[in-house]
Ligand binder design. Sequence first.
Ligand code: NAP
Length: 259
Amino acid sequence: MATSQNELGRPDSPSPSYDLTGKRVVVVGGKTGIGLGMALAAHAAGASVTVASRRSASIVDHPELAPFDQLVLDISHEDAVRNAFNDIGSLDHLLVAAGPTDGSWGAFMDEDMRGVRSYANSKFLGSWACARYAAPKLASNGSITFLTGGIAARSKIGMTAVTSTFAAVEALARSLALELGPIRVNAIRPGFIDTDLWNFLSPTDAADVRGKVRTNFPARRIGYPADVGHAAVFLMTNPYVTGTILEVSGGETLVDWQF
Ligand SMILES: NC(=O)c1ccc[n+]([C@@H]2O[C@H](COP(=O)([O-])OP(=O)(O)OC[C@H]3O[C@@H](n4cnc5c(N)ncnc54)[C@H](OP(=O)(O)O)[C@@H]3O)[C@@H](O)[C@H]2O)c1
């Protein structure tokens, strides 16, 4: 197709579009929480979406998953990831939202290394494996998006394993943007998003944290999976964003706050 040119002799910019009609999107960790928010946003934008994670969720019990194809996949096992992407075949966009939501919390000197090994194996090497085995199947105008968290930029005592792992995933995004181009590779860095991740808090503590977020974060509210889903659609559809860490945090990293 000929590219039209503007009065400066440059190719016309494509119209901004958030349309994913005809695109195939795989969301690893897409059956709950932020990943589900991404999957719903991609589906609303017209994509056909496959969600993958360890659980097998029936549509009767989880009608929110009805729009999606489902896969059972544990990303901490390289062979399983390789086989999954061989089965999936070609795709346009990969979103890796999965991550452990327990463990690895504790003061650095109080812990041995089992926690960080397990955490990094799932979050960092799992993200790596998904990218490694999806890349040969991705469209050349496609993209990969990883998911980290505000703590990557502003650590808290007792969160060293999470901070370090998220920072490594962000470095992976920048590095792969170079190695895999023209496939684009980015990461989203969310702030406090209202998901089941926070269920380990007692109702009183949860209310306390939510209050602190509303008071301290510049956006003055907690975040929702749909906020991150919106950002994921932007990263999938904007053809010139790569190697970027897109913060969707309500301004979390601008302020000093504690749980
Ligand atoms: N919520 C927040 O405020 C927040 C803030 C910053 C960063 N984050 C990060 O965002 C990510 C998603 O968290 P969330 O809040 O959406 O919690 P969530 O609802 O618990 O999501 C975690 C997802 O990861 C999947 N998962 C975990 N281990 C997996 C594995 N080995 N293989 C495949 N899938 C796996 C889980 O599904 P299965 O159990 O079915 O495998 C689940 O769907 C996490 O990495 C979290 O640290 C969250």
